[in-house]
Design a protein. Structure first.
Length: 201
């Protein structure tokens, strides 16, 4: 993704992508586990204590993403090197600026404030809503990283933006559901199984 603009380079970009995708993967895990519990699987195995831990991980990666993102922005702003600043100049002009502000508020401030509440982290359905929100904000983040290199100074929404997302998501969901149907969701051979089931925070 960094090679979309071959003049631009950041040593923190890989960590930034990792922070976002790690938080999104934890959010996806919350959604998948909640769906499996509603379908009758993992009842009595995944408890509110497990949700509390997953909520804490989501909060940690939310803060980590903001820390790396701000660190990258601050260093590029402070150095003021033209080859580096052009990445943020494009994303802070015209309609990209509005999306960037939505990303900053929606990816950090909103989930951070909500995930500080202990009651939210222990309530599976409320935590699932926050997880879905984080996933949407992560998709917006990738959209802001990729599309300005293709569309220049303005947002141009295309039907292919949604078709590609739906196609990839449906393909992965199909493969996952095929694997889940043939596999055991209960880790019988895990040596720490009893300890993890009786988990208390």
């Amino acid at each position: 993704m960094m090679s979309l603009n071959y003049h631009w380079y950041s040593t923190m970009f890989g960590v930034y992508i990792f922070a976002g995708t790690a938080g999104a993967s934890m959010a996806l895990l919350v959604l998948v586990i909640t769906a499996l519990r509603q379908a009758g699987y993992l009842n009595g195995i995944v408890t509110r204590e497990h949700y509390y831990i997953m909520g804490k991980w989501m909060l940690a990666f939310c803060v980590f993403w903001a820390y790396i993102g701000f660190g990258q922005y601050m260093l590029i702003w402070y150095a003021n090197i033209p080859e580096e600043t052009q990445f943020f100049l494009i994303r802070n002009t015209q309609s990209w600026w509005a999306l960037s502000m939505i990303l900053v508020i929606g990816r950090f401030f909103v989930p951070f404030g909500i995930l500080l509440l202990q009651s939210i982290k222990k309530h599976p359905h409320q935590l699932a809503w926050i997880a879905a929100w984080i996933l949407c904000m992560q998709m917006l983040d990738i959209y802001i990283i990729v599309l300005p290199a293709l569309h220049g100074l303005g947002v141009r929404v295309s039907v292919w933006d949604f078709v590609s997302l739906i196609a990839i998501g449906c393909s992965l969901a199909f493969v996952y559901l095929r694997i889940v149907g043939r596999s055991s969701l209960f880790p019988f051979r895990d040596p720490r199984l009893i300890e993890s089931i009786r988990l208390v925070n």
